[in-house]
Design a protein around this ligand. Sequence first.
Ligand code: BEZ
Ligand code: FE2
Length: 407
Amino acid sequence: MKIINPSYSYIDGEFKQNIAIAFSEKIEAIDTLETLQEKYPEAKLIETKENTVLYPGFINTHVHLEFSANKTTLQYGEFMPWLDSVIANREELVGQCDNSVMKEACNEMMASGVTTFGAISSFGTELEVCMETPQKVLFFNELIGSNAATADMLYGDFLERLDASKKCGHGVIPAIAIHSPYSVHPIVLKRAVEVAKSEKLPLSAHFLESQAERQWLEESQGDFLEFFQKFFSTSMAVTTIDEFMKSFDNVPTHFTHAVQATKEELSYLAKHGHSIAHCPRSNRLLGCGRLPVEELIELDMPFTLATDGLSSNNSLNIFDELRAALMLHHLGALEKLANLLIKNITSTPAKIFNLNSGEIKVGKDADFALITLPDAVQNTQSIALQTILHTNKVERVYIDGEERVNL
Ligand code: BEZ
Ligand code: FE2
């Protein structure tokens, strides 16, 4: 048993003082330090500095580890030139992305307090690293393939990868990702959604990321026309926005991006119990626009904050992402937004994916991110904001009660 006594603890969305936490693998008790030391006289007291804040471990719901080798290779600014550059450089980038590159990506996340992440896996090449990292991983096996002639073969490959991720056991949670409305044939899409439903697997899908995607799905026109003619000899989208959304009616799904979704579409998704993964830096770098988070808030729609992969970002540090989101969404009150963003990387993703983490509460996994503020705060209301502004690395990370990295 260990006891930690930080200056502040993030509990029920508030920053509580004079609270200590006793934990083993799970959080055992939350009380004053004196009471806990009396109750657990053998427990080891963890030394903490002044102005420390204990958060539940952070959850980054959407990352592509397989593209972690990219730094300056891919073309940023607009979606289609970026996608073309991915196709042109994919083999080289994936080839360069060995286990050590992916481990470094996991470490970068961990140094920013991420104790759980959602890995979107195209090929399954990061499975070994995901088994080895102390972090918990939602392993999203991605289904791709819009061409009817090859869809069955690609679906078979997807099922094999899904099976492999089911055999990993502790720490790797098998899950399903649908690549996107434009790249997955509706027949195999329905099969995969059925698997997610019957096996109760987490489900995610890229959705309405770019204006080009919207135009292709609505009119079979725009930037995607040339792309599909060139690579797939087709001039017709395989689905519509409505048909795609309806395929998920009975299975709560985490839709990534949704930057180009209308308020009506967001409202439809919200009514069906879905949620959104918001990747502000990726959206900016690929010229996709700004997700109107104020509409999500109005709809009471849960959303998470995620980094996406290094194929569309310059770091996997969750604090960099929090700062970008804070600066981008200038319409709402600053401290309110800061508090919401912290929720979006803790309790909200934990609820969406039914994880026993994301909250400092008795019985939850003892996953923590301990940060130190550079100075005292005048007002506890400002702690989320000051944390986001001033933190680059956490002081310590605990996963299942174990200190995991020497940062
Ligand atoms: C497809 O399989 O249809 C596809 C794959 C990658 C990008 C776009 C489409
Ligand atoms: Fe993505």
